[in-house]
Ligand binder design. Structure first.
Ligand code: DGL
Length: 258
């Protein structure tokens, strides 16, 4: 049963794992005095290859947890879950503001529409109806979409050697051929440098996290849900696999460390 939403509540942020930290990092720059609960569903990672039903079920369980903790808004910091489940979730949880990330393809249209573009995302995102609507709307006819099956799992695992091998194998053919790269999965900004090393140092990266943070603030303002506190908020971390090292990595990445 959902409780009343109050401006003293926390903001829930969730992803299938560590990736959503790249979104939270941008949010706290804009909303530093809020309290946050970050939920990492790493026990069920990756979401990218799951069916729609499986993803909706996972999201519902995470939502129950966050609503139980009195969250006043929920940020889906996972492109896959957003692409596949956000409409169903908004339908079901009508009272809570739900803010969803999406691959920054419109940003390419706005700032660099004439460039050869690579959109990297999970299979679930690339094949989703929601992403295809966005893609068809802003298609510059110079875009390649790649389903990076297995990449988010490697980032989640944190094995640098495996990540580099994956990027070499799957991105090498685009070296020197693309100008814009859309990081369409929240895990990928964590390896932006490594992606740049394979594709060429001059590529421009597009990531929707900052835009989402601005939108979240607009929604909270509109609903009069901004915290009144003048102090820096606290950030709680919760992970479904309950592994201590997940928490350590989370706080490290949150500070922008590698
Ligand atoms: N970080 C997620 C995304 O933005 C999902 C990665 C996965 O679990 O496959 O799509």
């Amino acid at each position: 049963m959902q409780k009343e939403i109050s401006k003293e509540g926390s903001i829930g942020v969730f992803d299938s794992g560590i990736g959503g930290v790249t979104v939270l990092r941008e949010i706290i720059k804009i909303l530093p005095n809020e309290n946050y609960i970050y939920y990492s569903d790493s026990k069920n990672n990756p979401y990218g290859d799951k069916t729609k039903q499986e993803i909706i079920k996972r999201c519902e369980e995470v939502f129950s947890y966050l609503l139980e903790k009195n969250c006043k808004a929920i940020v889906i910091a996972c492109n896959t879950a957003s692409a596949i489940a956000v409409n169903t979730l908004r339908e079901k949880y009508k009272d809570i503001p739900i803010i969803a990330i999406e691959p920054a393809y419109k940003m390419v249209h706005d700032y660099a529409y004439d460039g050869e573009t690579l959109v990297m995302a999970t299979k679930g995102t690339i094949e989703s109806e929601r992403f295809n609507l966005l893609y068809n709307k802003y298609n510059n006819h110079k875009t390649k979409l790649i389903e990076c099956v297995g990449l988010a799992d490697r980032i989640e695992e944190g094995n640098e050697k495996k990540i580099k091998e994956y990027l070499e194998k799957n991105l090498k053919e685009y070296k020197g051929k693309v100008e814009n790269v859309v990081l369409g999965c929240t895990h990928y900004p964590l390896i932006q440098e490594e992606i740049g090393q394979v594709l060429g140092e001059n590529v421009r990266f597009f990531n929707g996290a900052n835009r989402l943070a601005v939108h979240l603030k607009e929604v909270l303002l509109e609903k009069d849900l901004i915290s009144k506190s003048n102090e820096k908020g606290k950030i709680d971390f919760c992970d479904s696999s309950e592994k201590k090292e997940k928490e350590e990595r989370f706080y490290k990445f949150l500070k922008g460390e590698k």
